[in-house]
Design a protein around this ligand. Structure first.
Ligand SMILES: NC(=O)c1ccc[n+]([C@@H]2O[C@H](COP(=O)([O-])OP(=O)(O)OC[C@H]3O[C@@H](n4cnc5c(N)ncnc54)[C@H](O)[C@@H]3O)[C@@H](O)[C@H]2O)c1
Length: 277
């Protein structure tokens, strides 16, 4: 067997949410790996990622006409479509249930969940025509368990995980693989307030204190897994949701751990007070 690589020479990829964070890092990494990339975002700032192999496009990743237009543009650029990274996402900007409205829910689901569905609906057939391809969707550890994001956001990301599972069956026999990535806490515009807050109050306990790797992640650490899932390196993977979270999702919840000697002293004192050995 030839050892597969992440060389993307001759491939054409669409990346949504490419003006910032994970999407921007992925567009650059895919291009660096040799792909022609259509970098899509609803922000005009996407123009700044333009490069030899990166074409920017303003579009709304949750709008069907825009997804169709992006696919047409990608085919114009490279004559084919091999990869669609459905990465654009929003939090909805709210925390508490009392602040959630049906309108906020609808918008979060439209962008975060219907966006990736539109990739399945419209990009997969184009990829299949060319002999196959890879769809990657950005879910989140918030879609795996509670307490990592607002309610609508978390529900939308759980939906993404189940979308890729179901779509892998719907796409059976087409040569199109589909997987999700579940990032943990990654430093981007989306998490800027969390980082600013925790840096202001002392850093690591808030950002990396409950993560085995003891830090938050960089956008490039998600982009490299996206590249792996886009390439033949992952040729036997489909329908999976891959956590890339520094180990965050490996644990049951836990609180701050006391120093073992301090804990031993407290236990001994408590037992002495109870008259126990
Ligand atoms: N940063 C994290 O810790 C983290 C963790 C888990 C999952 N995620 C997910 O990663 C993905 C990327 O987020 P990020 O952290 O890079 O945030 P980011 O805010 O830096 O980038 C998101 C980009 O998506 C764009 N976007 C938003 N709605 C869009 C739409 N309808 N159409 C086109 N573009 C749109 C924004 O303009 C922005 O450029 C999101 O799906 C997010 O939910 C992020």
């Amino acid at each position: 067997m030839t050892i597969p690589t992440t060389d993307m020479t001759g491939k054409v990829a669409i990346v949504t949410g490419a003006a910032s964070g994970i999407g921007r890092a992925s567009a650059r990494m895919f291009a660096e790996a040799g792909a022609q990339v259509l970098a899509c975002d609803r922000s005009p700032g996407v123009a700044e990622v333009a490069d030899d192999r990166i074409t920017p496009m303003e579009m709304d990743a949750g709008r069907e006409e825009d997804v169709l237009a992006a696919i047409a543009r990608a085919e114009e650029i490279g004559g084919r479509l091999d990869v669609y990274f459905a990465n654009a996402g929003i939090t909805g900007g709210v925390r508490g249930t009392e602040e959630h409205t049906p309108e906020i829910w609808a918008e979060v689901l439209r962008v975060n969940l219907i966006g990736p569905f539109l990739a399945v609906k419209h990009a997969a057939p184009k990829m299949a025509e060319g002999g196959g391809g890879a769809i990657i969707a950005t879910a989140s550890v918030a879609g795996m368990r509670a307490n990592a994001g607002p309610m609508a956001y978390s529900a939308s990301k759980a939906g993404v995980i189940n979308l890729v599972r179901n779509a892998s069956y719907a796409l059976a026999g087409t040569g199109v693989r589909i997987n999700a990535i579940c990032p943990g806490l990654i430093e981007t515009e989306m998490t800027r307030p969390i980082y600013d807050y925790h840096r202001a109050v002392g850093g690591v306990p808030g950002i990396g204190g409950r993560v085995p790797l003891e830090r938050g992640g960089e956008p490039e650490e998600i982009a490299s897994v996206a590249l792996f899932l886009a390439s033949p390196m992952s040729s036997y993977m489909t329908g999976q949701a891959v956590p890339v979270c520094g180990g965050m999702s490996a644990s049951h919840p836990f609180g701050p751990r006391p120093d073992p000697e301090e804990a031993a002293r407290v236990i001994a004192k408590y037992r002495a007070e109870q008259g126990r050995p």
